[in-house]
Design a protein around this ligand. Sequence first.
Ligand SMILES: NC(=O)c1ccc[n+]([C@@H]2O[C@H](COP(=O)([O-])OP(=O)(O)OC[C@H]3O[C@@H](n4cnc5c(N)ncnc54)[C@H](OP(=O)(O)O)[C@@H]3O)[C@@H](O)[C@H]2O)c1
Length: 215
Amino acid sequence: MFGLISLIRLHFIPKLVSRADLVKQYGRWAVVTGGTAGIGKAYAEELASRGINIILISRSKEKLEAVAKDIAETYKVETAVIVADFSKGREVYSSIKEALRDQDIGILVNNVGVFYSYPEYFTRLSEDKVWEIVNVNIAAANMMVHIVLPGMVQRKRGAIVNVSSGSCCKPTPQMAAYSASKFLLAQYIPEWFWVWGMQILNSALRRDAVSHRIY
Ligand SMILES: NC(=O)c1ccc[n+]([C@@H]2O[C@H](COP(=O)([O-])OP(=O)(O)OC[C@H]3O[C@@H](n4cnc5c(N)ncnc54)[C@H](OP(=O)(O)O)[C@@H]3O)[C@@H](O)[C@H]2O)c1
């Protein structure tokens, strides 16, 4: 029943009313991690179609520049790119922080995420794969929030979108590390910011805006 209500509220009702002005509501720029392919690219394009300038972050400079150019030309917005490999862990964030300094980041889409080459028992995962899951699926989202949230708090507006997965919601055989990393995105971070956001922003940063959905 709750699912049906959510479906109507999130997908049907918005189609009946005029689209929200995201620039006014959140700010001029959005950052999308892993924004050059798949779901991240779709987020970047949708936000650009709403007039938001886009900053893409991923590993391949060529892909970043091609997608940024395409988005800029198609939607007549500004774009920028940051080359970073989140699997490298802590070392990548100082340059990301520097690149985002003084930017009016209104929306952060924590999209980047990796899975295994195929479903596998946890004990058979390589150490490298375990660290990749931790660094890309968990640390990246936490650190990106750590970088952009102070500016959102200061401006009293902002939205953080965490791209989770259906596998977060139930124990999934041979996907333990992935499922757990997505559970954290779906549960831990939104709950944390629900408390923090309400206290600091006096409800300007709403729970709905920090879920894995976008409004
Ligand atoms: N696809 C699904 O069926 C599905 C289902 C549920 C949830 N999800 C979640 O949705 C999100 C996006 O999935 P997707 O399938 O759309 O991804 P995708 O098509 O594989 O795209 C991955 C994006 O992330 C970038 N990327 C990959 N590894 C990176 C790293 N180490 N550092 C920086 N950037 C990196 C890639 O660009 P570069 O290669 O240039 O770095 C690319 O832009 C993930 O969080 C995933 O867990 C996906």
